[in-house]
Design a protein around this ligand. Structure first.
Ligand SMILES: [Zn+2]
Length: 323
């Protein structure tokens, strides 16, 4: 609802008064300034915008977007920017007021807006809200490319053909990532297709590639896992002989440790299958600090830990630790 409020507010501004105002000021500097809330969004904007768009990311690597509040310098950056892209679907739940505050006179765009209602997931326990972690599925995330293309072209129509060409390249990369994920994940044996993670960020991945997913902490990291939840996940690990559980870069691994200890006390050894990127990417300037690298890392780590086969270096041979 809040997201809808932001987009309605923006829509009315755009239709009533913004069209002439929103056209880029001819200051002699041709670069558009964009702000993106998460690095996954910034990556798409950068890929489509190329050197015509300067992108600033608000939520840094390793930081949890569910709990993030805009700082004074974020507000200043958003006020300065030509355009702001955010995820929506309540991912940035604590930034809604900040986004509404800056949504005057410039486009503030939910990048997930073209994902059909039917393609969204509404997991139990999320109070009827859609799961915001859509970037986990490259096919759904590819729909954000068109949103970025349309918005950049509207601000800077002169260079539309350039944006369109780059959008095509990005789409091809995402398609390659989707094919790799599909074939690699298909090698995990049937009994082991259970993905246990610190919080419930992997539903779209599981939905696309037929995995079962169990998040210890729910969709948002705001709520704590109960002892009963930990107990029932331990039951699943022991009953199904699940070989590995995963930790996340943005979430405490305390709960994961309780699971491993719980299973161990019942005679089943579970290992940590590796660290997954859930709500943030790896360090800027590394392969894992790109959207494709982030998802490649996750897929490759999951496949190898759950008994499937995937090259150590991932789809492009570029993952850390690769020869
Ligand atoms: Zn999350």
């Amino acid at each position: 609802m809040l997201n809808r409020f932001v987009s309605l507010a923006v829509a009315s501004v755009v239709s009533l008064s913004c069209l002439p105002l929103c056209a880029r000021a001819q200051t002699g500097d041709d670069t558009l300034e964009a702000v993106a809330t998460t690095a996954m969004i910034a990556d798409v904007v950068r890929a489509v915008g190329g050197d015509r768009v300067e992108v600033r990311t608000i939520i840094a690597e390793g930081v949890d977007p569910h709990l993030y509040r805009a700082t004074r310098s974020d507000m200043a950056a958003m006020r300065r920017a030509d355009i702001i892209f955010y995820n929506g679907l309540h991912l940035e739940g604590k930034m809604t007021d900040a986004l509404i505050a800056v949504a005057r006179g410039k486009p503030v765009v939910a990048i997930t807006q073209r994902i059909d209602e039917e393609a969204l997931l509404y997991p139990d326990g999320n109070e009827g809200y859609a799961d915001p972690h859509v970037w986990m599925d490259p096919a759904r995330w590819a729909l954000t490319i068109d949103v970025v293309l349309a918005e950049l072209s509207a601000l800077d129509p002169e260079n539309e053909s350039e944006y369109r060409a780059r959008a095509g390249e990005v789409r091809a990369e995402f398609e390659a990532l989707d094919s790799y994920a599909e074939s690699a994940l298909a090698t995990i044996p049937d009994g082991s297709r259970v993905l246990v993670t610190a919080h419930d960020a992997f539903n779209y991945l599981a939905d696309r590639y037929q995995l079962e997913v169990i998040g210890i902490q729910g969709i948002s990291t705001e709520s704590e896992a109960s002892l009963a939840t930990i107990g029932s996940i331990v039951d699943t690990l022991v009953d199904r002989r699940v070989p590995a559980v995963f930790v996340e870069t943005t979430v405490t691994d305390r709960n994961v440790k309780s699971l491993i200890a719980g299973a161990e006390s019942r005679g089943h050894t579970v290992s940590v299958g590796g660290e997954l990127f859930s709500d943030a990417m790896g360090p800027a300037g590394t392969y894992e600090g790109t959207y494709v690298g982030m998802i490649d890392h996750n897929i490759t780590t999951i496949v190898r830990a759950l008994g499937g086969s995937a090259p150590e270096g991932g789809m492009n041979g570029r993952l850390h630790g690769a020869e």
